[in-house]
Design a protein around this ligand. Structure first.
Ligand SMILES: Nc1ncnc2c1ncn2[C@@H]1O[C@H](COP(=O)(O)OP(=O)(O)OP(=O)(O)O)[C@@H](O)[C@H]1O
Length: 473
């Protein structure tokens, strides 16, 4: 949520207009504090565009009108590949101004981080590009003042995605900002000096926000209110110490301790990215955060979906529950006592650093929220589909860092329907045994990634879970 000066609210609801000038309106993309953004089509140049229109209830407020025009001017003048580009500007019949921008067709960085912490190399690439966008603004003599993941949009490009820094609604010229400045920004991302009414700010306010964005991309959460005392590695062990140092210095309440500007911050991110020993991927215990959060939001957690408990296929003393994921493709047989909480909403192998969208996935555990916590006394099974090419190199290509200390026992899957391998650690972080498996259906070639956590080190249970698993095409 954006912190707004008193008296500022959301724009009034408006119906869908047909056109803004030559731009044919397709649909509404969203509304901010002062404006609504529409997806439109430029029929003359045959290209989609985003059109930002000042809200009716603010059209006669001179300072808001001025700020809106200023946003368009800065973006036009800066004219950078790392910023949203402004192509045109106009006025509606009722005198409201609008400006026409590049349409960012891949959502925002906030959408990505909502799925969980990002693989390190991906997070560093995004930070480099965001830093370049903010550097362009600083060179132009502008402080953004509201850098956050939802204001960083993504555009598809021939080599993947490109970052576009957007929403300069609070931007201020460096010359004006040294005097009296109204408080503005978004809690969680704004520097301590921005929340002081009348305080003076400089480009280092944006450096603080860059630090906050870095913290969120790495840990999945924005930092606590300043002063921030724990580095991101506290939440995500294994990060390079130089990255911890950079994020903590950017988040320093004393701005003289921060990197001098966006350029200095970005140069240090680049140097960390180039280090030969940079770890990749996301530690295994962070992977399911996204799935758990998504499940919580759609209330899929906390009950067993398809019951039908039977002891027919069980090991002595163990009754199995048969479960199915939301897509209906994965079926699992899980020891009944472990299936107290079930989340069926899928997962994203992207969180393992594998290029892929959301895939079917299922987690059944005694406590789904603790699944990723090392040392937690949790038992259960996770199963998620993998793109076939991702597992071609076996488990080596899926697990990038050892989830437990010591060497696992490795064995091939012996099952009439599945091939693949299982790695099993007998004692994992003092919390029982952990097994990981990448298994390929012999008939269809479908690949499934499995994890089993259990208090004892029973191979027979892992084998039975594999044997009780089916995947529909
Ligand atoms: N160029 C664009 N391409 C695609 N979507 C855009 C573009 N510009 C803005 N949007 C989307 O339009 C919506 C409104 O954007 P806007 O910048 O007006 O406000 P906001 O950032 O959501 O809120 P606030 O200004 O209050 O912080 C957002 O969902 C944003 O992602």
């Amino acid at each position: 949520m954006t912190f707004e000066p008193p008296g500022i609210g959301k724009p009034q609801a408006v119906g869908q207009p047909e056109r803004f000038g030559r731009y044919r309106v397709l649909r509404r993309l969203g509304s901010g504090s002062f404006a609504t953004v529409w997806l439109a089509h430029d029929d003359l140049l045959d290209t989609p565009v985003a059109v930002k229109v000042l809200a009716e209830n603010w059209a006669h407020q001179l300072d808001v009108h001025h700020r809106f025009m200023e946003e368009a001017r800065i973006l036009r003048q800066a004219d950078s590949a790392w910023l949203v580009r402004v192509h045109d500007i106009g006025t509606l019949a009722d005198d409201r101004p609008y400006f026409v921008m590049t349409y960012a067709d891949q959502g925002s960085v906030a959408d990505q981080v909502a799925r969980g912490p990002l693989p390190l190399d991906h997070a560093l690439r995004l930070l480099t590009e965001i830093g370049q966008g903010v550097t362009v603004l600083h060179r132009h003599g502008t402080i953004h003042r509201d850098i956050k993941p939802s204001n960083v949009l993504l555009l598809s490009s021939p080599v993947g995605q490109r970052v576009l820094v957007a929403d300069l609604g609070f931007a201020k010229s460096i010359d004006e900002a040294s005097g009296f400045t109204a408080a503005a920004g978004t809690p969680g991302y704004m520097s301590p000096e921005q929340s002081v009414l009348g305080g003076d700010i400089d480009v280092r306010a944006d450096v603080y926000s860059l630090g906050a964005v870095a913290y969120e991309l790495l840990t999945g959460r924005h930092p606590p209110a300043p002063p921030v005392s724990a580095p991101p590695s506290r939440k995500r062990p294994g990060l390079p110490p130089a990255l911890d140092e950079l994020v903590m210095s950017a988040l320093s309440p004393d701005r003289s301790l921060r990197p001098a500007d966006a350029q200095a911050f970005t140069d240090r991110i680049r140097a960390i990215r180039m280090a030969p020993d940079l770890p990749s991927g996301v530690p295994w215990w962070l992977r399911h955060r996204a799935a758990v959060l998504r499940a919580a939001s759609v209330l899929l957690v906390l009950f067993t979906v398809l019951a039908g408990s039977t002891g027919a296929s069980a090991a002595p003393g163990v009754g199995f529950k048969h479960l199915r994921d939301a897509s209906g493709r994965i079926r699992l047989a899980v020891p009944g006592p472990w299936a107290g909480q079930v989340q069926t909403a899928g997962w994203s192998p992207r969180e393992l650093g594998i290029a892929s969208g959301d895939e079917p996935g299922l987690l059944a555990a005694t406590d789904v929220a603790e699944w990723r916590t090392p040392g937690a006394a949790v038992s259960g099974v996770f199963a998620g589909l993998l793109p076939a090419e991702a597992a071609r190199g076996g488990l080596d290509s899926v697990i990038d860092s050892a989830p437990c200390s010591g060497e696992p026992t490795r064995r091939a899957v012996r099952d009439p329907r599945w091939s693949g391998e299982i790695w099993q650690w007998g004692a994992c972080a003092d919390s029982g045994s952990f097994a990981a498996a990448a298994i390929r259906a012999k008939r269809t070639g479908t690949v499934l990634y499995l994890e089993v956590r259990q208090p004892e080190d029973r191979r027979d249970l892992v084998d039975q879970i594999v044997a009780g698993t089916t995947v529909q095409l």
